[in-house]
Design a protein around this ligand. Structure first.
Ligand SMILES: Cc1ncc(COP(=O)(O)O)c(C=O)c1O
Length: 311
């Protein structure tokens, strides 16, 4: 059984006696050998860290469990995040587990429906905003500061703390840090977290290779992108831009001001899947700008809280 990130890595996380050991069974994901891919790429060994095995299907769960547990510890009853996909699914699931109300602000027409369906299923309140992700992030930062509610985007330092545990697991499985680690990059929260994890372990750190979707590659180009285009839709194919990485602070602005030094281009596919019913529901919500919706939040919160909180 998976112990969860908080219990497993307690000594390396900013926990106190009062931090509730919230878990949905995140972390401890497999490191899968990929010999054919290794041959294609031309390296001796290649491993895939299968973060899709986290409870909501992405690495976000590692950081989200810490951020939501710390929000609970601080006595907060409400949280907010801006998201175009995985963050909303993760925030909604962990808030439901903790009994915290979750608000998700999404940029109109710029979301991965499959992921938004998860947020809806977990009872999050979805607010659709005209503008891009950055506008949504500005808005949620204001709201969180003004109302004193938890901000669950990766500007929350607890997110980065939780996500660094993936580096611990990789090093543990291999017996040392890998020579190279390649990652998809959005706001560079995850790559920052891996870097921190390997740095805290000491010893040799890997070269980090970051890949951004070509339509949303501010860290590669070195300047903000006004109309980003990076949301996966079923069967769509998109390009990505890549660069080798140096460490970033967990703040989007400073990441954008510190672009990677080298650049090259690669083609990668993206896709998303989900259950048709929730997908249809998300579709309806997201085509109503500024809509706010609650889906059975109370009943779901009570049930999930009972299941997920351990003494
Ligand atoms: C599957 C996946 N990969 C990569 C990223 C980018 O992560 P970050 O914004 O931490 O760089 C995201 C962020 O939404 C994601 O959901």
């Amino acid at each position: 059984m998976r112990r969860g990130v908080l219990a497993r890595w307690a000594s390396r996380l900013p926990l106190t006696e009062k931090t509730p050991l919230l878990t949905l069974g995140e972390g401890d994901t497999p490191l899968v050998a990929a010999p054919s891919l290794a041959r294609d790429v031309g390296c001796a060994e290649l491993w895939l860290k299968f973060e899709g095995q986290n409870p909501t299907g992405s690495f976000k769960d590692r950081g989200m469990v810490v951020a939501v547990a710390k929000a609970l510890e601080a006595g907060l009853r409400s949280a907010v995040c801006a998201s175009t996909g995985n963050t909303s699914a993760s925030a909604a699931a962990y808030c439901a587990a903790a009994g915290i109300a979750c608000n998700v602000v999404v940029p109109e027409g710029k979301v991965a429906l499959g992921k938004m369906a998860q947020a809806v299923a977990h009872g999050a309140r979805i607010v659709v905003l005209r503008g891009n992700f950055d506008a949504a992030l500005v808005r949620v930062r204001e709201v969180a500061a003004r109302r004193g509610i938890a901000l669950l985007n990766s500007v929350n330092p607890h997110r980065i703390e939780g996500q660094k545990t993936a580096a611990f697991e990789v090093a543990e499985a291999l017996g040392r840090a890998p020579d190279v680690l390649a990652l998809p990059v959005g706001n560079a929260g995850n790559i920052t977290a891996y870097w921190r994890g390997f740095t805290e372990l000491g010893g040799q750190r890997p070269v980090l290779l970051g890949f951004q979707a070509a339509g949303a590659a501010p860290l590669v180009s070195g300047s903000p992108v006004a109309r980003p285009d990076c949301c996966g839709s079923p069967g769509s194919r998109r390009t990505s831009a890549a660069g080798s990485w140096s460490p970033f602070s967990p703040d989007t602005g400073s990441r954008i001001r510190s672009p990677p030094s080298t650049r090259r281009l690669a083609q990668v596919p993206s896709w998303t899947t989900t259950r048709p019913r929730w997908r249809q529901r998300s579709h309806e919500i997201l085509h109503r700008p500024r809509a706010v919706l609650d889906v059975e939040p109370r009943r779901r919160l009570r049930r999930d809280r009972h299941r997920a909180l351990r003494p």
